[in-house]
Design a protein around this ligand. Structure first.
Ligand code: MTE
Ligand code: MO
Length: 494
């Protein structure tokens, strides 16, 4: 019961753990003399001692409940429920918990009753009939003892595993909160006035962290304590080395605005976001490693086994490819790669933006294959020139008169020089471009369509990059290297 509750709590708020809650309640309720005694006797192991005591008490209580069940199964269930109520109140009494946090304890109680029922059944079939001569080591008695032992062992293992999951999560969380980001050597160039088109439905030019799209293969978000983090740099290099988090903080960091894009983004989709990143240029990291002739790729691998293949030359040219630790002025959120991730201008995330990165291997495309490439996606993924209509929304109803259209376009590392909109089958009209922050960021646009007649209309958008190349009208699915085609949507005026 305790084990299931503890195990389940690993997936909730750490304060939902009945062990931690009970432990904290006991600490709060302990008279000072006992506290002093505990600290004097167990030293800094006092918390360990407390948890071991709770585990011992839990085992004894389980045994007592087991004995009780021999008399009355209902009475034993009542005892379990009473215990669950005590544990739930310990959880609920703590600050920073919500009603949801007693779920683990309730699950624990249900599991406790289940195990009890299983064991009682075994015990019933075991009980020797009067007059029968069943030795103390009869087969079913052995089964009962085995089952009890198994339950206890399973409980102990589940408790151990889940307590260590919760503990590492707490450590990582505390470390993230305590982290003060160092000042960059070069601050990001201030955003020019007018990067934002002020219209309803337009995205913020800088995407707030909590609104930033999230794409990864992680079932549960890795919680890495930066004190435990290190990055191994190896492979076809003259100098292999390992860098820990403190060393990374001591490098000369830079700050840059950069728009990330997912290769899975459909035409008109929103798997794209723009943030200010703080990090260490990968170019400098590679200068220290000194890649060998013949190498053409860096395989970056995450703590959870994802990998990305990035062309070596992209990481050595003058674009701002970073080993990032900061996002919009705060440490990376856990979902976005805390403590360290990569961001590379101009490449889709699946071939460049490894979150929770722990390993960089300088190698060759012909020798190593990255995670998504083995699943049918291209080994290289430069971002395609794209444009999007953000307002009006598809199938929106807008009042008759002058209609404001607005949207976003991006061609990271190249920049946007022109956006054009076609209403129905009319001529292509040049939209007004918002100010450009950099070639690596998206650019907003706006167009007023005068005096639109009531009825259903369509709008189509296309863009040109700074070299004047027109976005292709050729439709392509996201697989294998990104969607293409012009976005066309319908809306109703009237
Ligand atoms: N460890 C890890 N990093 C990853 C991924 C992943 O699945 N695992 N997905 C990549 C993909 S496909 C994209 S588009 C970006 C998304 O980054 P974000 O979630 O911070 O927006 O992360 C990249 N980095
Ligand atoms: Mo992606």
């Amino acid at each position: 019961m305790f084990a299931v509750a503890q195990f389940a709590s690993a997936f909730f708020n750490s304060a939902s753990s009945p062990f931690f809650a009970l432990g904290s309640a006991i600490i709060d309720l302990t008279p000072p003399w006992l506290k002093d005694f505990a600290i004097a006797t167990f030293g800094t192991n006092d918390k360990l001692a407390l948890f071991i005591s709770i585990a011992v008490v839990a085992t004894v209580l389980s045994a007592l409940i087991g004995l009780l069940a021999k008399r009355s199964f209902a009475l034993a269930c009542t005892a379990i429920i009473a215990l669950a109520v005590v544990m739930s109140s310990a959880v609920a009494a703590r600050a920073s918990t919500s009603l949801l946090d007693i779920v683990p304890t309730v699950l624990g109680a249900i599991a406790g009753i289940g195990v009890l029922q299983w064991l009682s059944r075994l015990a019933v079939t075991t009980a020797p009939q009067r007059g029968e001569d069943v030795g103390p080591s009869g087969p079913s008695r052995r089964a009962f003892l085995l089952a009890s032992g198994l339950s206890l062992a399973a409980a102990a293992i589940a408790t151990g595993v889940s307590t260590s999951i919760s503990a590492s999560r707490n450590m990582a969380d505390a470390a993230r909160k305590a982290l003060r980001l160092p000042a960059p050597r070069a601050k990001a160039k201030a955003l020019p006035a007018g990067v934002q088109v002020e219209e309803a439905n337009m995205p913020d030019f800088v995407t707030p962290n909590e609104d930033f799209y999230r794409i990864d293969t992680a079932l549960s978000v890795p919680q890495i304590d930066p004190g435990q983090w290190s990055l191994r740099v190896h492979g076809m290099v003259e100098n292999e080395f390992t860098m820990n988090f403190d060393e990374l903080l001591n490098q000369e960091l830079v700050e840059t605005y950069l728009t990330l894009t997912c290769v899975s983004n459909p035409v008109g989709g929103d798997l794209v976001g723009n943030a200010k990143w703080l990090g260490y240029p990968l170019r400098q990291l590679l200068e220290r490693a000194v890649p060998q002739a013949g190498a053409d790729m860096v395989l970056s691998t995450s703590h959870d086994g994802f990998s990305a293949s990035t062309p070596l030359e992209v990481l050595r040219d003058d674009r701002m490819a970073l080993l990032a630790i900061g996002m919009n002025g705060e440490p990376l959120p856990f979902e976005h790669g805390f403590p360290v991730r990569m961001v590379v201008p101009g490449l889709y995330g699946y071939v460049s933006a490894t979150k929770w990165v722990v390993d960089l291997e300088v190698t060759r495309f012909q020798d190593k294959v990255a995670y998504w490439t083995t699943r049918g996606w291209s080994e290289r993924g430069p971002i395609k020139l794209s444009s999007r209509i953000d307002t009006p929304r598809p199938f929106a109803k807008v009042p008759a008169g002058d209609i404001v259209l607005g949207g976003t376009a991006w061609a990271q590392t190249r920049g946007i020089s022109r956006v054009q909109v076609q209403i129905d089958d009319g001529p292509w009209q040049d939209a007004d471009l918002a100010a450009e922050a950099s070639l690596d960021t998206w650019r907003q646009w706006r167009l007023v369509s005068k005096d639109m007649a009531p009825g259903t209309h369509s709008a189509t958008v296309r863009a040109c990059d700074a070299q004047g190349r027109l976005q292709t009208s050729e439709k392509a699915d996201p697989v294998p290297n990104g969607a293409s085609g012009w976005q066309r949507l319908q809306f109703t005026v009237g």
